[in-house]
Design a protein around this ligand. Structure first.
Ligand code: GLY
Length: 343
């Protein structure tokens, strides 16, 4: 897939009903010239303006449709936590997306295992890891947060809990994903390369609602062909997602093992706490990661996305190709993140 991120903007207020009927491909074809909202976004990222909530941002180009779903709740005055879970439900249920929910590529045993977490502005959080048969792990993570004394449930326990909460047990392995897995089995070589060519991977989303409540979510099927039981960064609070309403939030995409070793999202939030903007916080964390890992980081992708408590957004990645979807003032746009290394 080849995209030109700077060219994609659509006014959702005018096209809301229309957008609902669009396929993902058609949605991405909608283009426009540089908009006032785009210019406002630039001014915001340079710190000249204070963003007015609501704002929603998410990883990769599939974030555009996810943002649209979240935006519907945010403009009605909805809670950011409800908005982000509703937003990521769009890629979670899309069988054509091989990195999240239904249609996610399985592990090397042919099992689709999902990871997800949520966090709100008051440090409430919930998580599920290695969850099978449930299409919407982010919604289950929210239930873990709201209905249990725990933060994280895994595997069989997470499934049991989800079923008790009324989630439907389903087969998430699509024919296409099964065929890809059988093809992989022929050589069984594991060389995880987060797929920046496809412009999707984990979806992480951050939203600030009209009451300035900041929430986040992160949901994925993890690395294709992983060992059964492998858990990535996405369900780990502080790695795939961290939110503190006093400061801001951050989420990640890319090779989970790398984000875990640097507590990536928490590191970004702490950098913002120490006075950095969302953008410079993401850059500082990636630069420190590369300085510490050196050669071991080569060929790996680490993508960071952050929003401060005022809705200012930052993004940065180790390698080129990371794009993110930003929705503000009713305008949806795809932006290209700056990066440290050439491919
Ligand atoms: N970032 C997704 C994973 O590594 O599982």
């Amino acid at each position: 897939m080849c995209i030109n991120p700077s060219a994609r903007r659509v006014n959702l207020e005018k096209t809301n009903n229309f957008v609902r009927m669009l396929s993902r491909k058609d949605f991405l074809k909608l283009t426009g010239a540089v908009s006032l909202a785009g210019m406002l976004g630039e001014a915001r990222s340079q710190g000249k303006l204070k963003t007015k909530a609501p704002v929603v941002v998410s990883t990769w180009d599939f974030g555009l449709e996810a943002n649209a779903a979240a935006w519907e709740l945010l403009v009605k005055g909805g809670y950011s936590l409800d908005a982000v879970v509703a937003g990521v439900a769009i890629p979670e249920k899309d069988p054509a997306i091989n990195t999240v929910g239904l249609g996610g590529f399985p592990d090397r045993d042919g099992r689709v295992t999902l990871d997800a977490c949520v966090m709100d502005e008051q440090l409430n959080c919930g998580s599920v890891a290695c969850l099978e048969h449930i299409m919407h792990p982010a919604a289950v993570a929210k239930q873990v947060m709201e209905k249990t004394p725990h933060v994280m449930l895994t595997g069989e326990g997470a499934l049991k809990f989800a079923l008790e909460q009324g989630f439907k047990k389903e087969n998430l392995l699509t024919a296409q994903a099964e065929a890809a897995w059988k093809e992989w089995l022929k050589k069984s070589e594991y060389s995880p390369s987060p797929n920046w060519e496809l412009n999707h991977d984990t979806i992480g989303m951050l939203a600030l609602d009209r009451q300035n409540r900041l929430s986040g979510v992160c949901t994925t099927s993890g690395m294709a062909w992983k060992m059964h039981g492998r858990v990535g960064d996405s369900p780990i609070i502080g790695a795939g997602l961290y939110v503190d309403g006093e400061v801001g939030g951050a989420t990640c995409s890319g090779l989970g093992e790398e984000m875990i070793r640097i507590a990536a999202s928490h590191s970004v939030v702490e950098a913002m706490r120490s006075g950095k903007s969302a953008q410079s916080a993401c850059e500082a964390v990636i630069k420190r990661y590369y300085r510490r890992r050196g050669e071991a980081a080569k060929g790996k992708q680490v993508c960071l996305l952050a929003m401060d408590k005022n809705g200012n957004v930052g993004a940065y990645s180790l390698m080129p190709g990371f794009v993110y979807a930003l929705t503000c003032n009713g305008v949806h746009e795809i932006r290209k993140a700056a990066y440290l290394l050439d491919a």
